[in-house]
Design a protein around this ligand. Structure first.
Ligand code: NAD
Length: 531
């Protein structure tokens, strides 16, 4: 892991070098494993602490509370949080509007310095932040590290992007004029993240907002408010002025809904399910009294991602790619492979190898670094098990199919592979968001592409084939926002794989890419006559 040099070098130098992704931690090295075990124990000693709302830089208590629990040990409280209700929308909006007055006029260099400092602090406390993810959402060590590394990448990448945008090239110059185009902030944004990348997505949407000069009302998911509280503490430690990010955990249906509806909310940055995303889109489209603008919505939603394995594919690589894409973080990634579409000529062989591979997956407490931890909550476990029952009727269970009772008291489910799932059946069409893989037999490559494209989603997809022609066809015909060839369909990397999907997967807003900050700004063109 890279050591932190930042305090001894001028911060702006960081922006002048090329962007480099934060290296991932190699936990097979005893030194790193030891650090992680120590961080787990340090965080364990802090579980159950109480966290306040932060509005305008001030701590606020509420009567209602949110209990964030450890999915691997539901009797263990990770953090006790205040619960913002409808009454907290107005104070949060007032604080964010007030902070916008000065923050929107703060120089881009100062705003980017804040992000750089946050990135530096995160590097210093990487293991500790990973440990919070282990307890709050049941990520294993490597999954937690991926989430935190991505958060650090967003600090660095969006800083560079903000600086790039501030130096926009001159447009065509009219004779006798000085013509310029600049990107100015929008106003107050509602940032509404999911629980599954509780650091990277929550922080990414927040950092993109504030580096662009906006101020934010941040409503984290009720399943992962503690990691968001820790992030807000980092922002404060790094020098963020009060009111720039207002931290308000609360129920989606009351607080979240009311923030989206508020006439002074200028935009909504949301990542979550298709159902909630569509509701937000509808509510944001309504023009309410006192509202001066058309609200902008940046909506990233669900997926039903497929990996196509062609008859000529490297079978070992394909089996490995499917297994890690389907079962990494218990299949709870929007990019997870939930459909494997396998050519009939290799179908039997593929299933045999996949079964052997999946049965090697360990399920248990992620604090001890089992490969698969628990699913996020009881409701989710129930819904996943219902989908497994649907799959049992439509197909054939190859492995798994039940709760993983031996793993412990948590919400554990066995990694489950169900073969012979027919196209258009529910398990083939609907997002399960758990460790359940549907395997579908295709007659040929045409048929495989047809099945892959035949859902309402379009987030990620992968193809395993050695054929150049088939690769070319996938690039043209596989309709997803993030396509991968001969590799897994999870693990998008900031800068290399700008992330966002088509169709009901969202507005294709490409986080971690060069277009992203445009969504958090508005272009102002100035034509000045030279006198
Ligand atoms: P969710 O839609 O249940 O919740 C997302 C957020 O919306 C939460 O903070 C929730 O409290 C809030 N919310 C709920 N109802 C609301 C309302 N009426 N108004 C305002 N806010 C409301 O999703 P989740 O269970 O947290 O996350 C899982 C989903 O997220 C999956 O569908 C997954 O595919 C998707 N996801 C998509 C991406 C992507 O980039 N496309 C990335 C990660 C997760």
């Amino acid at each position: 892991m890279a050591t932190v040099q930042a305090p001894t070098r001028p911060q702006i130098q960081l922006h002048e070098g090329l962007f480099v992704n934060e290296p991932l931690v190699d936990f097979s090295k005893e030194e790193n494993a030891r650090k992680m075990r120590a961080a787990v124990e340090k965080v364990r000693a802090q579980l159950g602490r109480e966290y306040d709302l932060v509005i305008g830089g001030k701590r606020v208590k509420t009567t209602d509370k949110i209990k964030s629990i450890n999915p691997a040990k539901p009797s263990q409280v990770v953090g006790l949080h205040q619960k913002a209700g409808k009454d907290h929308v107005e104070p949060a909006m007032k604080a964010a509007l007030q902070a916008f007055e000065s923050w929107s006029r703060t120089s881009v260099e100062e705003r980017t310095s804040l992000l750089v400092r946050v990135g530096d602090l995160l590097r210093e406390r990487k293991f500790e932040f990973c440990a919070w993810l282990v307890f709050e959402v049941s990520k294993n060590w490597a999954e937690a590290d991926g989430d935190i590394a991505e958060t650090i990448d967003f600090c660095e990448y969006y800083s560079r992007e903000a600086l790039r945008l501030s130096k926009t090239e001159l447009p065509v110059q009219m004779p006798g004029e000085r013509d310029t185009l600049r990107y100015i902030p929008l106003g107050v944004g509602a940032v509404i993240p999911p629980w599954n990348f509780p650091s990277a997505i929550m922080a990414g949407m927040t950092l993109a907002s504030i580096v662009s000069g906006n101020t934010v009302i941040l409503k984290p998911s009720s399943d992962s408010p503690t990691i968001a509280a820790k992030f807000v503490e980092l922002l404060e430690e790094a020098g963020m002025p009060g009111g720039v990010v207002n931290f308000c955990p609360g129920a989606g249906a009351s607080f979240g809904n009311a923030v989206v509806a508020h006439p002074k909310t200028r935009y909504v940055a949301f990542t979550g399910s298709r159902e909630v995303g569509l509701d937000i889109n509808k509510s944001a489209a309504e023009h309410r009294p006192g509202q001066l603008w058309i609200k902008r919505t940046i909506l990233e939603m669900g997926g039903k991602d497929a990996i196509i394995v062609d008859a000529d594919a490297d079978l070992e690589a394909a089996v490995e790619g499917v297994a890690v894409s389907a079962f990494g973080f218990q299949g709870q990634k929007c990019s997870a492979c939930s459909r494997a579409i396998i050519d009939e000529r290799i179908y039997g062989k593929f299933l045999e190898k996949l079964k052997t591979r999946v049965e090697k997956i360990t399920v248990g407490d992620p604090a001890e670094n089992s490969y698969m931890g628990a699913v996020i909550n009881e409701g989710s476990m129930k819904s996943i098990l219902e989908y497994i029952e649907i799959g049992k009727k439509d197909g054939r269970v190859i492995t798994g199919g039940s709760p993983a009772k031996n793993a412990g008291e948590g919400y554990y489910i066995q990694p489950t592979v169900i073969a012979d799932i027919p196209p258009k059946s529910r398990l083939e069409q609907e997002e399960v968001f758990g460790p359940v893989l549907a395997v579908i037999k295709s007659k040929n490559y045409d048929h495989a592409l047809e099945i892959a494209n035949d859902t309402e989603f379009g987030l990620t997809g992968a193809v395993y084939t050695k054929s150049k022609d088939k690769i070319k066809r996938a690039i043209q015909e596989f309709h997803v926002g993030n396509l991968y060839i001969n590799r897994k369909c999870t693990g998008a990397t900031v800068g290399a794989h700008p992330f966002g999907g088509f169709n009901m997967s969202g507005t294709d807003s490409k986080s971690g890419g060069p277009d992203y900050l445009y969504l958090f700004t508005q272009g102002k063109a100035i034509g000045e006559k030279i006198i």
